[in-house]
Design a protein around this ligand. Structure first.
Ligand code: NAD
Ligand code: UGA
Length: 431
């Protein structure tokens, strides 16, 4: 199969590289020239474990190439994937402008019949709109079909997820198109669920909204645990043993961030609103998350009511470990609030500092190591549970002015911090 992928962000690049790894010939197209120049040299523009190696291998074996030229990139392709961004509009709805542009790019450049596969997360009905857009702009003698094939990978384990996912969802209008996409994906060995297009589009939003709901639910339980003296770690473990509940996504913390849960929950509220349905539960999930992202500052202020001129270390900036993605990370809000209260903020992240520098308040300073960040600090806030942070020698905190650690990810056992004489406040656990 000759395949093209439009958009080489987290999803497009991982899709292109994985499809080439299972033997397809893939051309990835992106409008960003710097990105394409890097990828042509085998350099991944994003940090994703295992991605660079697999990318270089498939470039060298002539199955994978990159271009900024849609005409050249779409030439002779049987199947074209759309993997462009669907960011948030001001009103919370999904911005479809990149998807529409990609559809126009396809229509204006194809010279053969194609199947267009939508990987981007798009509101129910979008694939119909993509089809109409392409058909009304393409050459009259051509034929095309659309397939919804939403992506479920997680950043930080994207390659692993592509080869070991729980399911591949294929929503198609014809058996022919559904079978073609099934055959393409067969070598992944992941269970395939075939359905209609609208249901496939909804499966993606419903899945993300459900996972976000689990997180907001456990965060609320953790807040109640704090008031009652229970321990959220024990509660999550005990709940997760029930297979109907499941143990995953029950880790309390400082709320969900990232490029998808925040925007997709708001988009689903809008999608429901457009058909005059008020999604009350999901509105609650979003509000709880907003509150939870501010919880660490409250805990810090309980210990240090005045932060003016105080050196505060922030450990972990990415929205989760193993990624350099800063989109919607709690660190944006936390560092902003610290600066607003006059604190001197010293931040450290093993991978995301490059991206953080272009996003966080310019008054944030950066340390080269955890040791440098915490030395002489009056408090250390933990925002991301990187292994490097979880494996820290606890005695190191004694190099602080006074060892005060506010941990948003429950990285350490209560016994270990107590035996090291650290004042420690975490999420949903007794002080
Ligand atoms: P991204 O913003 O990281 O990347 C999008 C890329 O598309 C950019 O490089 C941009 O330059 C390129 N692009 C935009 N318009 C183009 C055009 N007309 N032609 C060629 N290139 C174009 O996006 P992402 O994080 O990969 O997300 C893509 C979609 O997948 C979104 O709908 C998102 O919700 C969904 N999704 C993302 C993830 C994730 O982990 N990031 C997981 C599952 C689903
Ligand atoms: C999420 C979904 O897990 C993917 O299935 C989906 O494809 C993707 O969104 C998407 O549509 O983009 P991702 O955002 O990469 O993936 O990361 P997650 O591991 O889901 O974490 C999201 C946020 O929730 C992080 O801030 C994380 O710290 C937080 N989280 C996660 C918790 O607070 N507790 C948990 O138990 C799990």
């Amino acid at each position: 199969m000759k395949i093209s992928v439009i958009g080489t962000g987290y999803v497009g690049l991982v899709t292109g590289v994985s499809l080439s790894e299972i033997g397809h010939h893939v051309t990835c197209i992106d409008v960003n020239q710097d990105k394409v120049a890097k990828m042509q040299q085998g350099i991944s523009p994003i940090y994703e474990p295992g991605l660079s190696e697999m990318m270089t291998k498939n470039i060298n074996e002539n199955r994978l190439s990159f271009t900024t030229d849609h005409r050249q990139g779409l030439k002779h392709s049987d199947v074209i994937y759309i993997a462009v961004g669907t960011p948030e509009n001001h009103d919370g709805s999904a911005d479809m402008s990149y998807v529409i542009q990609a559809a126009r790019d396809i229509a204006e450049n194809i010279q053969q019949n194609v199947i267009v596969v939508t990987k981007s997360t798009v509101p129910v009905g979008t694939n119909d709109m993509i089809k109409q857009t392409i058909q009304s702009h393409m050459a009259a003698n051509l034929q095309m079909e659309v397939v919804s094939n939403p992506e479920f990978l997680k950043e930080g384990s994207a390659i692993h997820d592509s080869f070991h996912g729980d399911r591949i969802v294929i929503g198609a209008e014809s058996e022919y198109a559904s079978n073609v996409i099934e055959q393409i994906n067969q070598p992944f060995g992941v269970p395939i669920f075939k359905t209609d297009i609208k249901s496939a589009e909804m499966i993606k939003y419903a899945s993300n909204a459900f996972l976000a709901t689990k997180i907001s639910f456990i965060n609320e339980i953790s807040n109640i645990c704090e008031l009652l003296g229970a321990n959220i770690e024990n509660v999550s473990t005990g709940m997760g043993l029930d297979q109907r509940i499941g143990s995953q996504f029950l880790k309390a913390g400082i709320g969900y961030g990232g490029s998808c849960f925040p925007k997709d929950t708001k988009a689903l509220i809008q999608i429901a609103g457009n058909v005059e349905y008020e999604f009350e539960l999901l509105k609650g999930v979003v509000n709880v998350n907003k509150k939870q992202q501010g919880i660490l500052i409250g805990k810090l202020n309980d210990c240090l009511p005045i932060l003016t001129g105080k050196r505060i270390a922030v450990l972990g900036l990415a929205f989760k470990p193993n990624t350099d993605d800063m989109r919607e990370s709690a660190s944006i809000r936390v560092t902003e609030e610290l600066i607003k209260q006059g604190a001197h903020v010293i931040a450290y992240d093993p991978i995301a500092m490059g991206n953080a520098k272009s996003i966080l308040n310019p008054l944030v300073e950066y340390a080269d190591s955890i040791e440098e960040a915490i030395a002489d600090s009056e408090a250390a806030l933990i925002l991301t549970d990187w292994d490097e942070i979880k494996n820290i020698e606890l005695a190191l905190f004694k190099t602080m002015k006074k060892p005060l650690v506010i941990d948003g990810r429950n990285c350490f056992s209560l016994e270990a911090v107590e035996s090291n004489g650290i004042e420690y406040h975490s999420i949903g656990r007794p002080v």
